[in-house]
Design a protein around this ligand. Structure first.
Ligand code: ATP
Ligand code: MG
Length: 885
């Protein structure tokens, strides 16, 4: 097998499935859109609504590299070769399109042809009753019968719940050889160390009905997951996942900072693996917006951090240290996941704060746990009560998982159910105290409605009607106001609040288009001026106006005038309509494989992300710009229409993945050039864009590109800026703009010539200076020594000096130092041949004086060189030479 880096594997996988007509879709957030799921645990999670038929999508085939978090494997991390909390799952998906045969065939093709696994080492498991899968593996692929294992429902049948979509799966394993067999032994599906599970292919083919029977699905789906870390370990011939290029740099950094070496001590190694694993999870969770807390995702984050911090103690970290590992993870992963790079500072900050918070109680908590262990031993017990575990949690911030770890090391367990009970009681207690003020024992029976349920109740009375497609101004009734998340009757001058209207012309941020800004004023004599600084959807269907009251007051129930900033709206529309043109032009110029994977549209510029494997050439960018500007000048009509999803698709409208489409969709049509499903606000015709100009094109991850562009006034501003730079340059050069390149070439030539001349002059000068230097020669025990500072521009010149002196001195030790550019020092040592014979050595001289200037160096016996940053130590280094001799 050929070595393959993890980035090569990602790229090969996505490219392979792209060649099989799959759309590459960037990794979704670790926070799933589906509120019933805590974290993204597999590649299929972002597609779940499509698989379950909850949303419509025109997507037929997709492939992803999805970031995942699993906490159910946490106790395995570092203990097995293959389990992580954070990992990347490669996957290919079919939405009622291809099925079992293609899924199996392509998996086989990828494994045997693209990455080159030897066929005889591959094993597969299938569901016991899935003869169809057996048939494909055996007869079509040609896999030997003995390499196909049938497993039961527990292992090889996938489902989301007791009813609903489900189906058999087939897993692909690689045999890593007898050496890897675990103590317990066993075959495929049992010994996970020898038979490493790499890829799971799920065949969603049934619906389980209420009575438990399986009904064939009319549209069958494929969902597969291949662990990147695991396949990398095989292709990099690594002992475990932790020795791959995904982990090793992190482990090495942590080990070096701790002053230890990886692979010298088992206990240390476990700590290094756990910390390296958890820090990856921390970086990605924080970058996706999770913050430490005592509940839900925040709890998972806090627990992982505290667990990692405690393992730090094992390898002698007693101060916050995890935050220092963040840049290592960021550097390793930023090309694939740019979001972590952008958030680097914040991630460090969040982690450091949480480390500091825990540092204070960790030692006391550990002390307390030691005492409890002694007590257990004394009483001959082997489990700690839930009450004590809860106390550790409540007082010292020890998550359950951490207490469990520490006790396990000495063979103790904990009463988990008991602990959970204690947690419940505490939650109840705090709920009561919240409801009844601080301490009152009276319990309000009704309970308090949260703002969310209030808003939901509000919504039941009707969604906010959006009328902004046709107008930017409307009279409307105020139906609610909230301040600091409490419902209020009114807001007054100086207040910041959220305003809800019966109907509104304000567009709420959606589909990449930012929310409108504008003002709300009073219709009556009141001097109300509410500045609307943003518009968002807080609950599906409810449009929220974020307001600052500049003057007057606004009351629930009153009629107001809502006015969108129409200039800004127009600028946004220019960029949005241009985005559709860009999408069309990219497909025209680069090919139909181009699909949008994200976009951002505001009044200043537009950003468009799409899949394409190579950087765009200058010609391609030029062509795209030209085509769009032609479409602008053609003055194409922009029309919108409400239609059904199926009809729109039939018409050939482009739908975007990740957008939820209901039965009714809005279609935006630009002449005959572009047809897209879109809810944004657009121009009436393309000519209003004015001018389209691309600012920048760059890669943002495996197979993904990003274009940033401007239109209208933005384009004008861009051109003016460029123009003024050109003007400044041509003024300075005293020429006209068209002559700038010529003039600059001349100047470069001149500068080069001058440099050459200066070199010649400096050389000549050196000849004269050398005689002066020879006067400063010292003689110690019959050896001529020159150790001096000279004025040389670079190392070449320094050597030149050395040669000149050597010529004249005939026999001696010469050490020269010079200040180079950028605060650096250059050192040179030379020893004449006769002295080398006597045991003098230029290399050794350099080695002993280089540390003084904070550097190192070396060379031969006759000549050696070094460089270092400490300019102010140069004289001292030169003095040292006399001492040495
Ligand atoms: P295992 O039995 O080894 O824990 P699994 O059956 O739980 O694996 P799946 O849920 O089928 O795994 O996930 C699909 C693929 O994702 C696996 O084949 C594996 O390559 C990878 N994977 C699953 N869990 C982890 C994990 N905790 N760490 C790293 N990779 C994982
Ligand atoms: Mg598992």
């Amino acid at each position: 097998m050929k070595y393959m880096s993890s980035s090569e594997i990602r790229e090969k996988f996505l490219k392979f499935f792209e060649s099989k007509e799959h759309q590459i879709i960037p990794s979704a957030s670790l926070i799933p859109e589906d509120p019933s799921i805590l974290l993204t645990i597999a590649g299929m999670v972002p597609f779940k609504p499509i698989f379950l038929g909850q949303v419509k999508s025109s997507l037929k085939r997709a492939t992803t590299c999805q970031k995942c978090i699993r906490t159910n494997d946490i106790e395995n991390v570092g203990m097995t070769a293959r389990h992580h909390t954070f990992f990347e799952m490669l996957g290919n998906f079919s939405f009622g399109n291809y099925f079992k045969e293609d899924a199996i065939k392509w998996a086989w093709e990828f494994f045997t042809e693209v990455v080159g696994f030897p066929e005889e080492k591959l094993w597969v498991s299938i569901y016991q009753d899935d003869n169809e899968a057996f048939d494909i593996w055996h007869n079509l692929v040609g896999l030997s019968e003995k390499n196909i294992i049938r497993l039961g429902e527990e292992d090889n049948f996938w489902k989301v719940g007791p009813t609903g979509p489900c189906g058999p799966c087939s897993e692909i394993y690689i045999d890593l050889g007898k050496d890897k067999a675990s103590k317990e032994g066993g075959g495929v599906g049992v010994d996970g160390e020898r038979y490493l599970e790499l890829w799971n292919l799920v065949f969603m083919q049934y619906n389980r009905s209420e009575d438990g029977s399986l009904v064939s699905l009319p549209k069958k789906n494929i969902d597969t997951g291949l662990g990147l870390e695991r396949i990398a370990s095989v292709l990099q011939n690594a002992d475990t996942d932790f020795e791959t290029d995904l982990f090793l740099p992190i482990i090495k950094f942590i080990a070096q900072n701790a002053g230890i070496k990886y692979k010298e001590d088992e206990k240390n190694d476990l700590a290094l693996k756990v910390i390296a694993d958890h820090i990856r999870a921390l970086v990605f969770m924080v970058s996706d917006g999770i913050v430490p807390s005592n509940e839900g995702r925040g709890y998972v984050l806090r627990m992982l951090l505290r667990r990692a911090f405690r393992y730090g103690k094992v390898i002698n970290y007693n101060q916050p240290f995890l935050y220092e590992v963040v840049p290592v993870v960021v550097n390793l992963m930023k090309t694939v996941y740019p979001e972590i790079y952008k958030e680097e500072n914040r991630i460090c900050q969040v982690i450091l704060t949480e480390e500091k918070r825990f540092q204070e109680t960790l030692n006391i908590g550990i002390q307390k746990l030691d005492d409890l262990k002694q007590e257990l031993k004394h009483k001959n017990k082997d489990t700690l009560s839930g009450k004590e575990v809860f106390k550790l949690y409540d007082t010292y911030g020890f998550p359950l998982e951490l207490t469990r770890d520490i006790l396990k090391e000495d063979g103790f367990g904990i009463e988990e159910d008991d602990f959970k009970n204690e947690m419940k009681i505490q939650k109840e207690r705090s709920r009561i105290s919240r409801l009844s003020g601080t301490s009152s024992s009276k319990i309000s029976t009704k309970g308090e409605l949260t703002i969310k349920t209030r808003l939901e109740a509000l919504k039941k009375r009707g969604e906010t009607e959006f009328i902004g497609y046709d107008s930017v101004e409307a009279k409307s009734k105020v139906i609610a106001i909230t301040k600091e998340d409490k419902l209020v009757d009114k807001a007054v001058t100086g207040d910041q609040c959220k305003i809800f209207l019966e109907k509104t012309p304000f567009y709420a941020e959606k589909g990449g288009q930012i929310g409108d800004k504008g003002i709300i004023t009073s219709i009556s004599k009141n001097d109300l001026l509410a500045k609307i600084i943003d518009t968002q959807v807080s609950i599906e269907g409810l449009i929220t106006h974020f307001a600052e009251i500049s003057s007057g007051e606004i009351k629930v129930g009153e009629e107001v005038l809502a006015r969108v900033d129409s200039l800004q709206r127009k600028a946004i529309a220019r960029n949005h309509t241009a985005t559709h043109l860009l999408h069309g032009a990219l497909r025209d110029v680069l090919g139909d494989h181009v699909k949008q994977s994200g976009s951002a549209v505001n009044n200043h510029y537009l950003r468009f992300d799409f899949n394409h494997f190579a950087p765009l050439s200058r010609e391609e960018i030029g062509k795209i710009e030209d085509l769009i500007n032609i479409k602008i000048l053609e003055d194409l009509k922009v029309e919108t229409k409400i239609s059904t999803f199926d009809k729109a698709k039939e018409m050939g409208a482009i739908a975007l993945f990740g957008e939820k489409y209901g039965e009714q969709v809005r279609v935006v049509k630009i002449g005959e050039f572009s047809l897209e499903l879109c809810g944004g606000t657009h121009l009436n015709s393309t000519s209003n864009i004015g001018l389209f100009k691309i600012l920048n094109e760059e890669g943002i991850g495996s197979g993904l590109r990003r274009i940033e562009a401007v239109t209208g006034f933005g384009a004008l501003k861009y051109i003016k800026e460029k123009e003024s730079i050109i003007k400044e340059v041509s003024d300075k050069l005293q020429t006209i703009p068209s002559e700038i390149p010529l003039k600059i070439n001349q100047m470069i030539d001149d500068a080069n010539n001058t440099k050459k001349k200066i070199k010649i002059i400096r050389n000549k000068l050196a000849h004269y200076e050398v005689d002066k230097l020879l006067f400063k020669k010292k003689e110690i025990k019959g050896v001529n020594i020159i150790s001096l500072k000279v004025d040389a521009e670079d190392n070449n010149e320094l050597r030149n000096w050395g040669d000149l002196i050597k010529d004249k001195i005939k026999s001696g030790v010469i050490v020269l130092g010079t200040e180079l550019d950028q605060n650096k020092v250059g050192l040179l040592a030379m020893v004449t041949d006769d002295l080398v014979q006597k045991g003098f050595n230029a290399g050794n001289i350099i080695k002993s004086i280089a540390p003084i200037i904070g550097g190192n160096g070396g060379g031969k016996k006759t000549m050696a060189q070094a460089g270092g940053p400490k300019v102010d130590q140069l004289n001292q280094a030169l003095e040292k030479v006399y001492e040495l001799i």
